[in-house]
Design a protein around this ligand. Structure first.
Ligand SMILES: [Mg+2]
Length: 184
């Protein structure tokens, strides 16, 4: 499965939750598949989906899911020890690991070579780390949400992109409606 197929499959699970989505194609895909005011689409700041989502989880009680990519996590590797050492049970980091920098043309990442992001997360001190194959993600994500335990999920999948338009919604609108959803 490629990332857009995964997002389509988990969209019904994501719908009820605050979601911070990685810059570029992941956000464009989620926006196209199931736009929700509870989705925060990052239109800048590569690498910071996990940090923004984690900060939001620390600041309030609702469950927050960061959808991140392998390339993004490798860009901001300091995020994993930060998350591990400041555990909050309303946070899930979902790393869709396709072994490539998808949004910039599928250049390979080290996560698709010798570096295991689940092993890195465990080594950083994250207590609950689950590596899962794409087709098995749905139930794993649902049970991570139900467990109310901070969880890092590394979902291994194929690289590949679909053609789709950029998000034309004003960033201020994305932010404002998301803030309303946070406070609702
Ligand atoms: Mg990737």
């Amino acid at each position: 499965m490629i990332r857009s197929e995964i997002l389509k499959e988990i969209a019904p699970i994501l719908r009820d939750h605050l979601v911070v989505c990685n810059i570029g194609l992941p956000s464009q895909e989620l926006h196209m598949i199931d736009d929700q005011p509870t989705n925060f689409y990052m239109l800048g700041t590569m690498g910071l989906s996990s940090s923004i989502g984690f900060g939001l989880a620390l600041a309030q009680d609702k469950t927050v899911i960061s959808i991140d990519g392998d390339g993004s996590v490798l860009t901001n590797l300091g995020t994993l020890p930060t998350i591990a050492n400041n555990e909050t049970d309303n946070y899930i980091l979902l790393i869709i690991d396709n072994g490539s920098y998808g949004s910039t043309g599928d250049q390979p990442t080290y996560a698709g070579k010798k570096t295991s992001l689940s092993a890195v997360a465990t080594a950083c001190g994250c207590d609950t780390v689950i590596e899962v194959q794409d087709k098995d993600l749905g139930p794993v994500l649902q049970s991570a949400i139900d467990s109310k335990k901070m969880t890092v999920i590394v979902c291994k999948c194929d690289s590949g992109n679909i053609k789709l338009p950029v998000i034309t919604m004003d960033p201020v609108v994305i932010r404002d409606r998301f803030m309303k959803a946070v406070q609702a």
